[in-house]
Design a protein around this ligand. Structure first.
Ligand SMILES: Cc1ncc(COP(=O)(O)O)c(C=O)c1O
Length: 435
């Protein structure tokens, strides 16, 4: 049987032959960008595709191939690439002037829409990204509690300088992070007890996204709520990705209210933004009308294009009803993949929830990061290459994010691509996982 190494090389050589223009663009980009790249997650071997246009749920590359876009900008492209309502909102905002250096109606309206939507939000502040939202939430927790330690989870991702994928990262901000294992109820409770009244906050993704789209156990998240209350630390839900799930994010789904919630990705309708928020009492500490208020800066916090696109997206497109329908439609697709894999007895599993999916090489759901085997990780480049060659754009780590402009035909095609992969490589997958 062909080895995994030669299967990957074979797929890569077909990819190189099919993408000469992307290869040339990558070489050109490498002159002024390190490795041709300005965002590490977008890099993959032998070179990444260069995209030239987007239309609905599809993308076109420099060599003229058309793809179903299941990268979905890592969840931010919920509205696809050409939504007319969002485009009109951006144009309207542009007509009225950008960078006005003043309060505008847009941030007021978007803040109202978010507070109506998410149970733990009474007031919010905007910033420029999910990373910034988390930095602000963590700094706020430190300032308000007067404590330094921050509990985070192994394999969590809260932004480019707050990431714990495979351990601590060299570029992380020098906060006093304490690590525990995701979904480990007893172990984490023990760490919280140990840190005690030095703990400022626990920050958690209700679904561990980059770490494998692993659903947070309800009891685990409930324990975090209870323990943080007991010791006077803040609980922060990083819903940067998960806020798209259903009408009120995971917090609405499981009925747990964190003290602070961070948002980003889709809430700007596809344009850059982030937000953090919580109760009026807590967020009131930022009220500049109060003496001694915390000051929160950011030139582009309320940039009108993102705010206007976000308003249109949240009020006219992603209504609570649309969010519920999209959740159900996407979850039916995820479950259909698992039925297909099970019927073939191929060790593949669509982990995650609804429109946030990660393909794992395993026969059962992955419930904690340690369940992801080395074999599973080593098979990802093959899956990625073969799906690209079949016109299905997925993240190199095996994530698929569904988007609103997708139709049944897109999901049928995605299922067929995954089925072809499973049929072709089942013996190799079994061999790699058994090694
Ligand atoms: C859960 C989570 N938090 C925070 C971030 C950081 O957001 P941004 O890339 O907008 O800085 C991400 C980005 O992928 C994320 O997935």
């Amino acid at each position: 049987m062909e080895s995994l190494k030669s299967a990957i090389e074979n797929a890569q050589s077909r990819y190189v032959a099919a993408n000469p223009r992307s290869q040339a663009a990558d070489e050109d980009a490498s002159r002024s960008l390190p490795g041709g790249n300005t965002r590490t997650v977008l890099f993959y071997e032998p070179f990444p595709l260069t995209m030239v246009a987007g239309d609905g749920a599809e993308l076109m590359d420099l060599d003229g191939h058309r793809y179903i876009d299941c990268v979905g900008e890592y969840s931010a492209a919920l509205f696809g690439h050409s939504d007319a309502v969002i485009k009109a909102a951006i144009h309207e905002a542009l007509e009225c002037g950008v960078t006005m250096g003043a309060q505008t109606r847009y941030e007021r309206e978007l803040a109202g829409l978010l507070c109506e939507r998410y149970p733990a939000l009474e007031q919010v502040r905007f910033c420029n990204s999910g990373t910034e939202a988390n930095l602000m939430a963590l700094s706020t927790a430190r300032a308000l509690t007067g404590r330094d330690k921050l509990l985070v989870f192994n394999d969590a991702y809260h932004g480019g300088v707050i990431k714990f994928l495979g351990g601590r990262c060299a570029l992380n901000v020098p906060f006093d992070f304490v690590l525990a294992d995701y979904n480990d109820i007893d172990g984490t409770a023990g760490v919280i007890d140990q840190v005690g009244d030095e703990l400022a906050a626990v920050v958690v993704e209700p679904i561990l996204g980059a770490g494998g789209n692993i659903q947070g156990n309800r009891q685990f998240l409930g324990m975090l709520r209870q323990k943080t209350e007991e010791i006077g630390a803040l609980l922060i839900f990083d819903e940067v990705k998960t806020a798209r799930l259903g009408p009120a994010g995971v917090q609405g789904m499981i009925g747990i209210k964190p003290d602070l919630t961070t948002l980003g990705k889709f809430i700007g309708g596809g344009l850059p933004t982030g937000a953090f928020g919580g109760s009026a009492e807590l967020m009131g500490r930022f009220n500049p009308k109060q003496k001694g208020a915390l000051a929160h800066a950011g030139t582009f916090n309320n940039n009108v294009c993102s705010m206007a696109a976000g308003c249109a997206a949240m009020s006219n497109i992603y209504t609570p009803q649309r969010a519920t329908e999209f959740f159900d439609w996407s979850e039916a697709f995820r479950l259909s993949l698992n039925e297909m894999f099970a019927a073939k007895a191929v060790p593949m599993y669509a982990n995650g929830l609804s429109s946030m999916i990660a393909i794992h090489f395993s026969s059962k759901p992955t419930k904690k990061p340690a369940d992801i085997s080395a074999g599973c990780r080593s098979l990802r480049p093959l899956l990625h290459m073969e799906l690209l060659l079949d016109g299905l754009l997925v993240c190199s780590r095996g994530d698929l994010f569904l988007s609103l402009p997708m139709e049944d035909k897109h999901l049928d095609q995605a299922r067929t691509s995954l089925e072809k992969f499973a049929d072709r490589y089942k013996p190799l997958i079994e061999q790699v996982l058994a090694a």
